[in-house]
Ligand binder design. Structure first.
Ligand SMILES: [Zn+2]
Length: 127
């Protein structure tokens, strides 16, 4: 295999990944929990039904997530780019706020207690 072929294979894989992600996005179901992951490990899961402030302190730094009326936003962060604070408010399943410098991902999930989307198109759930 030539180097060019490897690059091509990589590009195809990357595209497939982006496509898979994009296909998940149009889902507009409201979530009811927010899962916080740091360094690929689950830091905690918090209910969106409860207004609360979640302080996430790790070796990378500090982030403050605020849960308000079923939506989540990054209130404070001491990361150098501050990009996570500009990602706005999330409330729908699969929406995320990412803080790259802190390797932190906050993702909205549904714990399955809502049953009104039973007739939805088939969806692959990866756990
Ligand atoms: Zn950040």
């Amino acid at each position: 295999m030539k180097k060019k072929d490897l690059i091509l294979a990589g590009a195809v894989l990357l595209l497939a990944g982006i496509l898979a992600l994009a296909l998940r996005l149009p889902k507009t179901e409201n979530g009811n929990t927010i899962k916080v992951t740091v360094d690929g490990e689950v830091y905690g899961t918090y209910s969106l039904a409860e207004n609360q402030t979640v302080k996430i302190q790790t070796g990378h730094g500090t982030n403050v997530l605020v849960i308000e009326n079923g939506s989540v936003h990054m209130e404070e962060a001491d990361c150098p780019d501050g990009y996570c604070k500009r990602q706005g408010t999330i409330s729908r399943v699969n929406e995320t706020i990412v803080c790259l410098p802190h390797k932190l991902v906050a993702e909205v999930e549904s714990d399955g207690s809502t049953t009104d989307d039973a007739d939805d198109a088939p969806d692959v759930i990866v756990k």
